[in-house]
Design a protein around this ligand. Structure first.
Ligand code: CA2
Length: 146
């Protein structure tokens, strides 16, 4: 059976490719979704990429993933640094959780150096640009085989 991976994205990431390309690159979220879908097909994974600017929506998608998904890849955007509620939701999910940041958060402002989500994440990728999502997906495929 093809296993689903939920790829969740937080606030402002709908603007990818439109603003601040020096930090976040030129790819849009639709480009990332298409690349992940193609790679997922190669790896035998079904990907579902979603984005919301609302914390509660992301929490609802994490709850939904409890029944529907093998694993979660999450770029929580700025909620990374603020949201105990997203951490609590991820703690109710039994499968692998991989955290992705497009930019290298450790090279940026001090407030970006702490992540609540990292307390739950099985792996973290930061600073690999939008390629980070594909790297996380490859890791997910390895975890399926284990
Ligand atoms: O590097 C990342 O992926 C971040 O999660 C992106 C968040 C930021 O708050 C985190 O510290 C690191 C911000 C996402 C904003 O996305 C934009 C995309 C295009 C234009 C403007 C903002």
């Amino acid at each position: 059976m093809t296993k689903r991976v939920s790829i969740l994205n937080g606030p402002n990431l709908n603007l990818l490719g439109q603003r601040q390309p020096e930090i976040y690159g030129y790819e849009t979220l639709d480009d990332i979704a298409a690349r992940c879908a193609a790679l997922g097909q190669e790896l035998g994974l079904d990907t579902l990429l979603r984005q919301s600017n609302y914390e509660g929506q992301i929490i609802d998608w994490i709850h939904e993933a409890r029944q529907s998904s093998f694993g979660i890849i999450i770029n929580p955007g700025a909620f990374t640094h603020t949201s105990v509620a997203i951490l609590d939701a991820l703690n109710t999910f039994d499968g692998p959780v991989l955290e992705v940041h497009i930019s290298n958060v450790h090279k940026r402002e001090a407030f970006r150096h702490h992540s609540y989500v990292s307390l739950r994440a099985d792996g973290v990728i930061a600073g690999f640009g939008t390629q980070g999502y594909e790297l996380a997906l490859r890791r997910m495929a390895t975890l399926v085989e284990k």
